[in-house]
Design a protein around this ligand. Structure first.
Ligand code: TXA
Ligand code: MG
Length: 314
């Protein structure tokens, strides 16, 4: 694998790899993506192989502008219009009725997930390649998403090329919302808070009680176990009261009195921005258990709680 800077030579090499139906990891504002020509079966197959991703889990297609997004959709619901106008480019993924003429990514599905990333490097790569890029997070299936080029290298050493755009600013994946019919349905909480979606699109249906595996899953990627470090992660009500030795790492937020802990912000957005990097650091430190101070149960913490819950799942 080669990590390259996003300069003229870097883009040239990246476009060459993409045109040769292989994959390139690139930065977005949420996490690093593993990109491939969305309409090349061979290139998309390479994503699934490298990530060891189950074939039933469809990919998000990244495009450079709204016109390109509309071409992927059979119809363009009014909610899509409003949400796109407000949040694109940005960390919101819309699940839309899939245009009938499309082959390739997620072809077994009659919907398609689309977003315009808010990142200079991602946008320039989309423009210079002239491709729509299918891109899941650039990590092994079920692992922690990468927020730096270094994380990609460690999780997927066989990726031929990584464009290094520095640390991802949001640090947590996009919010995924289904607008294929009726009231918009939240499929994955993420960077854009629910409150902001409601302000634009009105009431939003939430996923019913908790993650589960099985065919009936509305968002196929929301497996019970996901986003998991190598160490066993356990959520606890008060990390200060927990028993610890050197095999135990602690992740908490702005609470005093826990020596040697990873201490994140008490603001949910800042916490999310640092969460995956902190889990990577704890894994690197070689701990076998990570105790995580349970965040507040308020809606602002929905996405963080979702990721921690899945990381803790057996
Ligand atoms: O922030 C992000 O969304 C990052 C960056 C790279 O854009 N990408 C990302 O992709 O998180 P991935 O593959 O790790 O997660 C995509 C999620 C999965 O839960 C998947 O099941 C869901 O989106 N998804 C994709 N296509 C779908 C569809 N047609 N219907 C429902 N869910 C879909
Ligand atoms: Mg992922």
């Amino acid at each position: 694998m080669t990590i390259v800077r996003p300069d003229a030579e870097g883009y040239r090499r990246a476009v060459e790899v993409l045109r040769a139906e292989s994959v390139v990891a690139f930065p977005t504002e949420t996490v690093y993506g593993l990109g491939a020509n969305a309409f090349s079966e061979k290139a998309v197959g390479e994503i699934y192989r490298l990530k060891n991703r189950p074939s039933w889990n469809p990919l998000i297609v990244h495009v450079a502008n709204v016109e390109a997004a509309r071409e992927l959709a059979e119809s363009w619901p009014v909610e899509a219009n409003e949400l796109a106008a407000q949040f694109w480019p940005g960390p919101l993924t819309l699940v839309l009725p899939r245009a009938r003429h499309l082959a390739g990514v997620g072809a077994s599905n009659n919907t398609i997930a689309v977003r315009i990333p808010d990142h200079e490097v991602a946008l320039r790569l989309l423009e210079e390649s002239g491709l729509a890029l299918a891109a899941p997070s650039a990590n092994r299936s079920e692992g922690i998403s990468p927020t730096t080029a270094e994380h990609v290298l460690r999780s997927l050493p066989d990726v031929p090329l990584v464009l290094d755009g520095g640390p991802a600013s949001w640090g947590i994946e996009s919010t995924v919302i289904d607008v294929t019919g009726g009231r918009p349905r939240l499929l994955r909480p993420g960077a854009i808070p629910l409150r902001e979606l409601r302000d634009v699109a009105g009431p939003v249906t939430l996923p019913d009680d908790g993650p589960s595996d099985g065919d009936a899953r509305p968002s196929p990627g929301m497996s019970r176990r996901h986003y998991a470090p190598r160490a066993t992660l356990t959520l606890v009500e008060d990390v200060r009261a927990a028993d610890r030795d050197e095999s135990v790492g602690v992740l908490t937020y702005e609470t005093a009195g826990v020596e040697g802990a990873e201490i994140l912000s008490a603001d949910p957005r800042e916490y999310a921005a640092d969460l995956y990097a902190a889990l990577h650091r704890l894994d690197d430190a070689g701990v076998t258990t990570i105790l995580v101070q349970e965040p507040p149960r308020s809606e602002d913490w929905l996405a963080v709680r979702d990721r921690l819950g899945r990381a803790a799942a057996k």
